[in-house]
Write a protein that binds this ligand. Sequence first.
Ligand SMILES: [Zn+2]
Length: 287
Amino acid sequence: MGGDGGSIPKRIELVRSRQKPEQVAKEAELAARWRHCQLSQELLNRPIVACHLGRMYNKTAALEFLLDREKYGTSGAFEHIRSLRDLRELKLADNPEGQEKAASSSAAGAGAAAASAASPFACPLSGVEMNGRFRFVFPWSCGCALAEKAVDQLLKSAPNRQSLACPSCQQPDAMSDLIVLNPATDAEVAAASEAMVARKRKLRQESKSNKSSKSAAAAPAAAKRKQQPAESASASSTGSKIARPSGSSIQNNPKASAALKSLLTSSKEAKAQDKAHWVTFNPGYFR
Ligand SMILES: [Zn+2]
C-alpha cells in the first residue's frame, strides 16, 4: 500500500477504475448459479440434485419438472433431463462459516447481501467454499461435491485414476467419471454433453446386459440397491437436514416386486395376520 511513506503509490493504485457493466453482470450471474435452482430460480436447499451437465436444482423442482415439463416455461434447455436417472442427488458438506453468515445476511436483506454471503456448502476434503470462485466436480456414481483442486491433487498421486474410490464416501471406481459443476465456458458445456452421451450409452448397455442375465442372483442385488438410498437418507438425517420423503415405503414402490413386499412386516398380509409374527412381536399387528 502506498501513502505510508514506505513506497510511492502509482496512479493505478490510487484511482479505482470501474468494472465494465457487462463483466459485473456476468460475474453476478455466475455467482447466482451456485445459489439458485436452475429450474425454479429459488435458493438451493437440500435435497439438491445435479444433471449430466453439472447444473444444480432443488430436488422438488426437478421432480415437478419431470411431472410437468411446461411448469417452468423452459426453452429446451432441460431437454436432457428425461427421467430420475438423469439426475444425481448431491452430497454437499456444510460450510461451518456459511451457516453463521447466511443467518446474519438474511436478516440484513436479500440481493447484494445474499451474493456476498458465504456459501452454505464447502468441499469436505479441502474446506474450500462453494461460492463460484473455485471449480467443483462430482463423481456421477456417488454425487459428492468436491473442490477440483483437491481432486487434482489426489489424482496426481494416484497411478490409476480409473479404479480410485471417492475420497469422501469411499464409493469404488467413482473418480473415473467426474462432472464439472456449473460449467462456465461453452467448451466445458460441450465436453459435458459429450460425456453425457457416452455415459447414457454405457448405462443403457449395462442395463441391457443386466436384463439379459435374469438369474436368481440378480434379484437380491436389485433389492439391496433399492434399500441403499433409504439407508443413506436415515444415516445422514442425524448429521444434516436431509428429510426422508414421507412416501418412501417399499410398499408404495411400484418397482418393488410383490414377493419382496410380502416379506416385510409393513405388507398387507403381515398386518392382517391374526397370529403373532413368526419372527418377533409385530407392533403393526395391533394397530
Ligand atoms: Zn462420494
